[in-house]
Design a protein. Structure first.
Length: 263
């Protein structure tokens, strides 16, 4: 089996089109499928405001919907293009919204929003593998969706009490998901493991984030415990590269980076 893993596309269809997709049996994606330029701008502005002790800027419902739709429409462009070549298995990064999150947001802003999961489920050769394990020709492939990490919040946004509460619940949920997943040949996750290809150096990131490790300690512990053959991740784009932990090959594929493996 010939497998192509692609790092966070972020809506860059032209970059995706430069990836050689020939005689590929399966495509794996590490999340952050659509463009998040508007989302990122809004989020980082409020991070800086909170650090200065200022109240959050409130965006209008139309502004919030515009940011959501930017991610939604560019996600579908990427997925529909790739699914022409081979079956596509993807996880959700921090750009994608689950149906639950979308309905909650739609209610809050008072505007209708399309459900990404439902739309992806209509595509015959596309499968969302959030916290799921699949066996294909004897190869165990598991997907771990993005989660708000408790340790990340403590290090990067300790002043955000709401995020701390959410992170505690999501970290516990992810810990249980990893326990159930068990041993894999391939793990597809959004965050890198802690301390590996995960250092923040991007110019657009807040100054107090620079130089910190932003990976997941849960994923690191999972790799040490179960020793998968491959791990594909993204999220910290400047961490793009390859590393090895024991027998496990770890690839941070950054934005539209790729790796082809043969089983």
């Amino acid at each position: 089996m010939k497998i192509l893993a692609i790092g966070d596309p972020h809506g860059d269809l032209e970059a995706v089109k430069q990836i050689p997709i020939k005689n590929i049996d399966l495509i794996l994606l590490t999340g952050d499928l659509g463009s998040a330029s508007l989302m990122r701008k809004m989020a980082f502005e409020n991070i800086e405001r909170k650090k200065k002790g200022l109240s959050e800027r409130k965006y209008s419902p139309r502004q919030e919907k515009k940011a959501f739709m930017e991610a939604y429409t560019t996600t579908l462009r990427i997925i529909k293009y790739l699914s022409k070549f081979a079956p596509v298995y993807t996880i959700f990064g921090n750009v994608e919204s689950t149906n639950y999150e979308t309905r909650k947001k739609s209610k809050r802003i008072g505007l209708p929003l399309p459900l990404l999961t439902d739309e992806l489920n209509t595509l015959e050769t596309v499968l969302v593998i959030n916290n799921k394990v699949l066996s294909i020709q004897g190869i165990r492939i598991g997907g771990l969706e993005y989660y708000l990490d408790r340790d990340w919040v403590k290090s990067f946004v300790p002043y955000d009490k709401k995020k701390s509460r959410i992170a505690k619940k999501q970290t516990e949920k992810t810990s249980e998901a990893l326990r159930k997943i068990g041993h894999l040949d391939i793990l597809v996750c959004h965050q890198p493991p802690y301390g590996i290809l995960d250092k923040v150096t991007a110019k657009f990131a807040p100054k107090h984030w620079q130089g910190k490790h932003a990976g997941s300690k849960l994923i690191l512990a999972y790799i040490k415990r179960t020793k998968p053959r491959y791990v594909f991740c993204g999220h910290i784009h400047e961490g793009k590269g390859k590393s090895k932990l024991g027998k496990t090959e770890i690839y941070n594929l950054g934005v539209c980076g790729y790796k082809i493996i043969n089983f």
